[in-house]
Design a protein around this ligand. Structure first.
Ligand code: FMN
Length: 193
């Protein structure tokens, strides 16, 4: 499918923030079990989604939002479009092995049914802030990644966080926009531990 409209993100249980934070850890072993689309929808909304009353779930210097989230799954690589809360296909096929190889052959990553790639397009923020915009974008990516950690735990999933990869190899393998630079890859799935 070229475009996937995601469902409204639904809360499914009550949890304490302290519980969620205490469960946060880097997961590096996953079950061979797909992540349902409604669960993925929740995690994506939590990563960079729009709130009902306006604004987004993470802060952004100058409200410029220089980041993007790409979703790597068995069927292909999709671009998350927060304004329509939907996924747009950018490349068909299972690229998880190639992306794991591009990540210094951290092959455990390819076990995960989903990988989220957080990318940055620096010109969206350096136009206003110059080089300091780089710092602001990286800080924002930290906010996004923590939201991904917490929302995956909330939905009974686990996730990893990977910064060790060859940028150009990840770009080539995943088919993300040329002006988007990968910052973090977060493998997501049901934890084996
Ligand atoms: C920016 C960043 C990059 C990281 N890159 C990798 C990585 O490439 N591979 C990996 O296995 N873990 C990576 N990690 C995870 C750390 O190894 C992990 O957070 C640390 O050992 C603490 O463990 P915990 O997250 O389970 O508390 C990275 C963490 C951060 C914040």
């Amino acid at each position: 499918m070229e475009t996937i409209k995601l469902t409204e993100p639904e809360d499914t249980k009550e949890v304490n923030l302290k519980e969620l934070l205490s469960e946060r850890k880097t997961v590096r072993a996953f079950q061979n079990k797909a992540v349902p689309l409604d669960v993925l929808s929740y995690v994506l909304w939590s990563s960079y989604g729009f709130k009902k009353g306006g604004g987004r779930v993470v802060p952004s210097a100058g409200a410029l939002y220089p980041l993007d989230i790409y979703v790597v799954m068995m069927q292909g690589v999709y671009h998350y479009l927060p304004d329509t809360h939907s996924l747009k296909l950018v490349k068909k096929g299972d690229l998880r092995n190639s992306i794991a190889r591009a990540s210094l052959s951290q092959m455990w990553m390819a076990q995960a049914p989903v990988m989220l790639i957080i990318t940055v397009e620096y010109r969206r923020i350096t136009g206003k802030y110059g080089d300091r915009g780089i710092r602001y974008a990286l800080i924002e990516a930290g906010n996004v990644s923590q939201n991904i950690f917490l929302s995956t735990i909330y939905k009974g999933l686990g996730c990893g966080i990977v910064g060790a990869f060859h940028d150009d190899m990840v770009k080539d393998a995943s088919g993300i926009e040329k002006t988007h630079e990968p910052l973090l890859i977060m493998p997501v799935g049901y934890s084996q531990q």
